[in-house]
Design a protein around this ligand. Structure first.
Ligand code: ADE
Ligand code: ZN
Length: 326
């Protein structure tokens, strides 16, 4: 198993059907599905929104700090099997606030487990607060202010949820506030949205990494810039297939992205919903696209180098991968 960094992962997207039912029972919540098969039958998505509807609905089972902790622990255990040695984990605080769950509950539940992830699972971790771009910037500003006031252990902010019609520029003040607070900056762009959103995320928000970014391939000048500036793109192949951003894995642009010299990594996005974790993404890429050992090592190395881990941690993981002196 190659040592990799997972840079694009929504912790709420790791809620497996079995855990959804277990937490529902623990919390006395009536789910709108009678059993696991009925739930799994809904995992047939037509686009990003059709997935988001189920993703937000299933969060109803997350009620207590313990629930958030159990979800996080389950992800780390599975990620360790997948070769993940460093993980930068997004959570959606606004989705929980909207259900009446406090920031303290969701942040503490997740971060209490992350605090010991390296000792327990061999995975160094950091937490990213992602903001829902289909809500207002005012809502995001209020939540970031609260996170900063409570000294939540976050290292970065991100931007996710329904992309089309919610361009990055809508959140210019939010990203300025996060930059002033010393946080790293990332944003989903070019998943379903046009290449212009990638440019806006870089130029207006000043992000250091782009989540997805696959639609950059429609704009050769943008590709040239992304290569020249070595901008990391956290690509999620199985997610792109399940959300129909690409027609099939065989037609995924990843090989071409590697060939033109883009800084791409492979990530799982919402593994419980899209058919697999990082190792499953690598296995299917190898089987369907014939991805070589050379390219797999390059993807792993890109993931480690593009992370916000300390220089020591990066050097340690690159050495494990066979690079000396970083
Ligand atoms: N939230 C969780 N997964 C997402 C994705 N793939 N795109 C946008 N928002 C998300
Ligand atoms: Zn995502």
């Amino acid at each position: 198993m190659l040592p990799v960094a997972e840079l694009h992962l929504h912790i709420e997207g790791t809620l497996e059907p079995e855990l959804i039912f277990a937490l529902a029972e623990r919390n006395g919540i009536q789910l709108p599905y009678a059993n696991l098969d009925e739930l799994r039958a809904r995992y047939e998505f037509t686009d990003l929104q059709s997935f988001l509807d189920l993703y937000y609905a299933n969060m109803s089972v997350l009620q207590t700090e313990q629930d958030f902790a159990d979800m996080t622990r389950a992800y780390l255990a599975r990620a360790a099997q997948a070769g993940v040695r460093h993980a930068e984990i997004m959570m959606d605080p606004q989705a929980h606030l909207a259900r009446g769950i406090s920031l303290e509950t969701c942040v503490k539940g997740v971060s209490s487990v992350l605090a010991t992830s390296e000792q327990e699972f061999g995975i160094s971790t950091l937490l990213i607060a992602a903001f829902l771009r289909d809500l207002s910037e005012e809502s995001a500003l209020a939540v970031l202010e609260h996170l900063l006031a409570m000294e939540a252990p976050i290292s970065a902010i991100g931007l996710d949820s329904a992309e089309v019609g919610n361009p990055p520029a809508k959140f210019e003040r939010l990203f300025a506030m996060a930059r002033d607070a010393g946080l790293h900056l990332i944003a989903h762009a070019g998943e379903e949205g046009p290449p212009e959103y990638i440019v806006e995320a870089l130029d207006v928000l000043g992000v250091e990494r782009i989540d997805h970014g696959i639609r950059c391939m429609e704009d050769p000048a943008l590709v040239e810039r992304l290569v020249a500036e070595w901008v990391p793109l956290t690509v999620c192949p199985l997610s792109n297939v399940r959300l129909r951003a690409v027609d099939s894995l065989a037609k995924h642009p990843l090989p071409e992205m590697l060939a033109v010299g883009l800084n791409v990594s492979v990530n799982s996005d919402d593994p419980a919903y899209f058919g697999g974790y990082v190792d499953d993404n690598f296995t299917e890429l190898q089987e369907v696209l014939g991805l070589s050992e050379f390219d797999r090592v390059r993807l792993a190395s890109n993931s480690i180098r593009s992370s916000f881990a300390s220089e020591e941690r990066k050097a340690e993981l690159l050495a494990e991968l066979g690079y000396s002196g970083a």
